[in-house]
Design a protein around this ligand. Structure first.
Ligand code: GRG
Length: 294
């Protein structure tokens, strides 16, 4: 299978599993399950599940089914987006091409839908890997670390603090990128590696890959933000008020940002070259992240 077909196959598998592993929209109380499904099934690139599934297949068929882990990752990612969009945070009206959860439902429901997705992720790891307690524990540890107050939430906190000032330092910006963005990308790779039964050195290499790919991903995100017109962004007044915020492009300029993104991609490719198995798909995915347009 070539790269686009394999990407499509992983995305489809992840989306089928998302549907199967979430409470149905009619489960009582229907409104919370509708809201969870509304945001989770709104599309998106499914990058984190794809990374987990592809890594799980690096050395052939994985020892255990990586789909529940892939769904858990997307649940955490989607919860973070729902909460990030709330009026008390970024106050965004649109996400994944449709009204944000709090616009389609209401703020309280969106808050609960995020909470429920966060909780559901760990329920999946506890229930779907119950036959393998060691793996269940390792997956839970990896995902809870990535989603913790020192990583995903810590990165978001630092980002909110940085919004109040236009002179965030490169060090602060790197902390934000590493934790708000790279932590979940790194966890996706490591959780896939755990399902593949990879050894400790390979898992460490996946961590390096996740760091470098995560930093590339966020720099490209900043470049896309800086070069998109406001109509494309579809932002609210709340978002425009943060126009002064320090970004990678503001600190390094567009050319500097592109150069840094290339350097992180090269470091990611160097890490990939250390991994066992067939790395062709991941290599192409890493290259694609550098030139992505959305
Ligand atoms: C509220 C705890 C909490 C965290 C919020 C994810 C996040 C942290 C904020 C969203 C804003 C942002 C720019 C985050 C950086 C990570 C990022 C680029 C997220 C968007 O990920 P994509 O592009 O989204 O993979 P899709 O919709 O394609 O899944």
């Amino acid at each position: 299978m070539d790269f686009p077909d394999r990407l499509h196959a992983y995305t489809t598998r992840a989306e089928t599993a998302l549907d199967a592993l979430l409470p149905s929209a009619t489960t009582r109380p229907a409104r919370i399950h509708e809201a969870m499904r509304y945001s989770l099934q709104a599309g998106g690139k499914r990058l984190r599940p794809v990374l987990a599934l592809a890594t799980a297949e690096l050395t052939g068929q994985p020892c255990v089914d990586p789909l529940p882990a892939a769904v858990a990752l997307e649940c955490i990612h989607t919860y973070s987006l729902i909460h990030d969009d709330l009026p008390c945070m970024d106050n965004d009206d649109f996400r994944r091409g449709r009204p944000t959860c709090h616009k389609a439902f209401d703020e309280a429901t969106a808050l609960l839908a995020g909470d429920a997705l966060l909780t559901h992720a760990f329920r999946l790891l506890a229930t779907q890997y119950a036959a393998n307690p060691t793996l269940s524990h390792a997956l839970t540890l990896e995902l809870s670390n990535a989603a913790s107050s020192e990583q995903l939430i810590g990165g978001q906190m630092e980002d909110l603090l940085a919004e109040k000032k236009s002179d965030a330092t490169p060090d602060q910006l790197e902390f934000i990128h590493l934790n708000k963005t790279a932590a979940m990308i790194r966890a996706s790779l490591v959780m896939g590696g755990l399902c593949a039964g990879l050894d400790a050195p390979a898992l460490d290499t996946l961590r390096v890959l996740g760091r470098e790919l995560g930093l590339t991903f966020q720099i490209i995100d900043d470049i896309l933000d800086a070069t998109a017109d406001s109509a494309t962004l579809g932002k609210t007044a709340g978002k425009d008020a943060k126009a002064d915020k320090t970004t990678f492009v503001k600190l390094h300029g567009l050319d500097g940002a592109r150069r840094h993104a290339r350097e992180h991609t090269d470091a990611a490719l160097a890490a990939l070259a250390q991994l066992p198995g067939d790395t062709a798909f991941l290599r192409q995915l890493v290259e694609t992240m550098l030139v992505r347009k959305s």
